[in-house]
Design a protein around this ligand. Structure first.
Ligand code: ADP
Ligand code: MG
Length: 572
């Protein structure tokens, strides 16, 4: 046909391709996991769309993924009978990147191979990882429900002078779904680790894709005595377990399988910190497999960044990124929830109203908090890692999740004058244990930076008396203390606010001396107040300071100085 068109990749794609080929080569086997994962997604999508339109199955209801190779042509083919693509789909999906966070991703690249490889992994190498092992790739596809003459052939040849381009052509394809053929580079095809071996491919599938729901089939091989080699037969065999990992019983699942599954759902190449797998029965029935990652994704603070929990209903994939499943402050959690109660045709609108989702959300939240409590108590090193990566996000929970506020508060860690280092490792319980005789409040100071907090003149009297003060210097901290009036019955109090009443921490003598001074210096404070005029509410004699002559304090009911600065910066 003469409808062949040559098109250029989006600039970002070209950049990503170059980066990937150069930084991921030592990890080249991942391409197979990515392509199988796409084939599996395509089957999930077909199954989901067919819930409302069974004709999409076209009499072929057995979804599967087929891996085959041709040793002579040096090609490897990954085929599926999933949703498929038409010409426009192929141009859009295989020529551009349309992910949120793309800009952020490119701005974070450092040029350091190890670091960038990690970042690329998190960003999701996806389809383009084919080019780690192949110099030419063809995609032959047809969308389910469309006519046989609406197939597409997409080709990209990196050995071409004009690499950075691809061609698309409308062609015939009798069966729906996608066939991706990789023309392997010699170094990927040959040698002891070469990919053109049934044995090698089977071991990669079992290692990376065992948990894929659809069967991954290959031609069965038998030993050919004459050729002294394995020879393919006409029979198919399923290579993976092809069952939902989370539906199996816990005792039958090895840690390694949990870890591989994590890598699959999270697109993360490092191991998770911990996970929790549970079947919940009762009013609402569901299975959950939830993971705490060991490092933050690059777009953690992007409010639009994807939430990481996938929703299934009775093993059928329903949607990625179901934000109703968890509160926003737990957006770092990855995993799946499989409900037995929701209808298969559930939509995002239905989710918003659903009582079942509410039950899942509160159950999952409790389970995650329990996982974190367990880390804090039994694996403090892992908890430290968790806190470093996600502490700032967890802090948002104090204002967001009223019902669990006390539990979240117990997980918080702060810097304090006890260590006087910026490291956040003091829990409120630690603080309370160290409180002075007669102390009934938890004291904190907020500032823009750790050093400003640490050197705040407001701390002088506390340092003198040996009273610990929490040193808060993150933006979110003001929000935390604003929403946490007390912990374990102890009020949280800013050292920079109101007329500081140290209560039983001061003896009678000190109090009397202060009152006397206030009287003696009355003329002076009035004079200062007059000359400052409108700019201050009041001028007082203070016992807060030991070295500094004066400091600014907010009124007891005013918003904190930091918050005031933030609001001002936001134009309020
Ligand atoms: P992601 O899977 O994260 O979306 P990929 O780069 O892996 O990113 O794939 C890009 C897109 O190409 C997919 O979102 C999908 O729309 C399309 N695609 C890739 N492989 C297939 C396939 N086997 N069948 C149908 N569509 C596919
Ligand atoms: Mg993908």
């Amino acid at each position: 046909a003469n409808n062949r068109e040559t098109l250029g990749f989006q600039t970002e794609v070209k950049q990503l391709l170059q980066l990937m080929i150069h930084s991921l080569y030592s990890n080249r086997e991942i391409f197979l996991r990515e392509l199988i994962s796409n084939a599996s997604d395509a089957c999930d999508k077909l199954r989901f769309e067919a819930l409302n339109n069974a004709t999409l199955f076209e009499d072929d209801t057995e979804l599967k993924i087929r891996i085959s190779f041709d040793a002579e042509a040096k090609t490897l083919t990954i085929a599926d009978n999933g949703i498929g693509m038409n010409r426009e789909d192929a141009i859009q999906n295989l020529g551009t990147i349309a992910k949120s966070g793309t800009r952020e991703f490119f701005s974070r690249l450092s040029g350091d191979q190890q670091q960038d490889a990690n970042l690329i992994g998190q960003f999701g190498v996806g389809f383009y990882s084919s080019f780690i092992v192949a110099d030419k790739v063809t995609v032959y596809s047809r969308r389910a429900g469309e006519k046989a003459d609406q197939g597409v052939l997409w080709t990209c040849d990196m050995t071409d002078e004009a690499s950075g381009q691809f061609t698309v052509e409308v062609v015939d394809k009798a069966t729906r779904g996608t066939e991706i053929t990789l023309h392997l580079r010699d170094d990927a095809a040959e040698g002891p680790d070469g990919l053109l071996s049934g044995y090698k491919l089977r071991s990669l599938i079992r290692k990376y894709s065992d948990h894929i729901l659809q069967p991954i089939v290959m031609q069965k091989e038998v030993w050919d005595e004459e050729a002294k080699a394995q020879k393919p037969t006409d029979e198919d065999e399923t290579v993976n377990q092809a069952s939902a990992l989370w539906a199996r019983s816990k005792s039958a699942i090895e840690d390694g399988e949990y870890v591989e599954f994590y890598k699959h759902v999270s697109h993360d190449y490092s191991e998770p910190l911990t996970w929790s797998h549970a079947r919940v029965e009762g009013r609402s029935e569901y299975t959950q497999l939830l993971y705490i990652p060991s490092h933050a994704p690059f777009d953690l603070f992007d409010r639009n960044s994807r939430h990481g929990v996938k929703l299934y209903v009775k093993r059928v994939f329903i949607m990625d990124d179901a934000e109703q499943l968890l509160p926003t402050y737990l957006r770092f959690v990855r995993g799946i929830v499989d409900s037995n109660d929701l209808p298969l045709n559930v939509s995002r609108e239905i989710l918003q109203e659903s009582k079942d989702i509410e039950a899942i959300r509160s159950g999952s939240t409790k389970r995650i908090l329990a996982m974190l409590e367990d880390l804090a108590e039994n694996q403090p090193e892992k908890f430290t890692t968790f806190w470093r990566e996600f502490g700032r996000v967890l802090k948002e929970g104090i204002g967001e999740d009223f019902a669990n506020r006390e539990r979240i508060a117990a997980l918080l860690r702060f810097a304090s004058t006890h260590n006087d280092t910026p490291e956040e490792n003091v829990s409120l319980a630690d603080y309370i244990k160290r409180m002075k005789e007669g102390q009934d409040k938890i004291y904190y100071v907020t500032a823009d930076t750790f050093n400003a907090a640490k050197n705040s003149p407001h701390l002088e009297v506390f340092r003198k008396k040996g009273i610990e003060v929490l040193l808060l210097s993150e933006r979110v901290d003001e929000w935390v203390v604003g929403n946490l009036p007390e912990f374990d019955g102890k009020q949280l109090v800013s050292v920079a606010r109101g007329g500081l009443d140290l209560g039983a921490l001061e003896d009678e003598e000190e109090k009397q001396a202060q009152e006397k001074e206030a009287g003696e210096f009355k003329d002076f404070t009035e004079k200062v107040a007059r000359s400052l005029g409108e700019r201050v509410k009041e001028v007082r004699i203070t016992h807060r300071l030991t070295d500094s002559p004066a400091c600014l304090v907010a009124d007891a009911h005013d918003i904190g100085g930091n918050l005031a600065r933030m609001l001002k910066a936001a134009g309020q």
